[in-house]
Design a protein around this ligand. Structure first.
Ligand code: NAD
Length: 271
């Protein structure tokens, strides 16, 4: 038996990156998958690929910043596959800009797509999960929801709110056997980070700030999401799992080992 045999999973932001990798993972482990995205071309083509691989998969265009579209997308999973068990609220966008330079429209757009979408997704899902006696919701937050970054104020605000909303919603619905958790990826190679990685020296400088020395792969986040969606996580709710190659394991101070070792060598000293 595969972990998700007989289960129906809904995934937003499924046309690319972490959403697409998770759709492939859920399908490979037996789930029927309903994919949603504003990118019809890649979303439909992934659904086709999964069907050709023997999975049950459909795509519906959805703008996650629109409550009615999220309702209709969620209902489509039930109409297509007869039930709903797992919801991955994952679609998201980034935005660069420090506060005085951040246009209010940009701020609102990020909050709409990264935060309001999660509320809409949970609001649509919870009554449908109740009908099966429970289910699992996973919201994509970020390590940017844990601490501040330079130049990402709107994104930090949205992702921080996703994390605390996740805790609150989990508490509200724990007794109904609906588990709600978040995943907090660190830097992952996807379309979202492609533009940054294309800047001169960006990949080397970024990798140097990650203890594991590299960015993550979308599949490495999909594995965490699949754990949270599965019965292996049956007592896990209202929390988040960080998958960041060690970024949040360090304080953000200078690398003392690199600073000291050329002078002091590697032998431990006091003071
Ligand atoms: N890549 C990273 O380093 C990283 C790190 C932490 C968190 N995240 C989060 O992971 C999630 C997925 O990002 P990704 O890295 O896979 O990026 P991605 O750009 O590859 O995928 C995001 C998908 O969301 C879709 N999308 C954007 N706006 C939408 C909307 N309004 N309605 C429906 N779909 C929409 C895009 O079309 C795209 O297919 C996002 O929430 C992002 O904030 C990414």
């Amino acid at each position: 038996m595969a972990r998700f045999d007989g289960k129906v999973a809904l995934i937003s932001g499924a046309a690319s990156g972490i959403g697409a990798a998770t759709a492939r993972r859920f399908a490979a482990e037996g789930a029927a998958v309903m994919l949603g995205d504003i990118n019809d071309v890649d979303g439909s083509s992934l659904a086709k690929e999964l069907r050709e691989g023997g999975a049950k998969a459909e795509f519906q265009r959805v703008d996650v910043a629109d409550l009615e579209q999220v309702e209709s997308f969620t209902q489509a999973a039930v109409d297509q596959f007869g039930r709903l068990d797992i919801v991955f609220n994952n679609a998201g966008i980034g935005a660069y800009g420090r506060t005085p330079d951040l246009e209010p429209e940009v701020w609102h757009k990020v909050i709409d797509v990264d935060l309001h979408s999660v509320f809409y997704g949970c609001r649509a899902a919870i009554p449908r999960l109740r009908e099966n006696g429970g289910g699992a919701i996973i919201n994509t937050a970020s390590i940017s929801g844990l601490f501040g970054d330079y130049g990402l104020a709107a994104y930090n605000a949205a992702k921080g709110a996703v994390m605390n909303y996740t805790r609150a919603a989990a508490a509200d619905h724990a007794a109904e056997n609906i588990r709600i958790n978040a995943v907090c990826p660190g830097p992952v190679e996807t379309a979202l980070t492609q533009a940054i990685l294309a800047l001169p020296d960006a990949e080397a400088r970024w990798s140097a700030a990650i203890p594991m020395g590299r960015l993550g792969k979308a599949e490495e986040i999909a594995g965490v999401v699949a754990f949270l969606a599965s019965d292996d996580a049956s007592f896990v709710t209202g929390t988040s799992i960080v998958a960041d190659g060690g970024v949040t394991a360090v304080t953000g101070q200078v690398n003392f080992h690199q600073l000291f070792s050329p002078v002091l060598g590697d032998k431990g000293t006091v003071g």
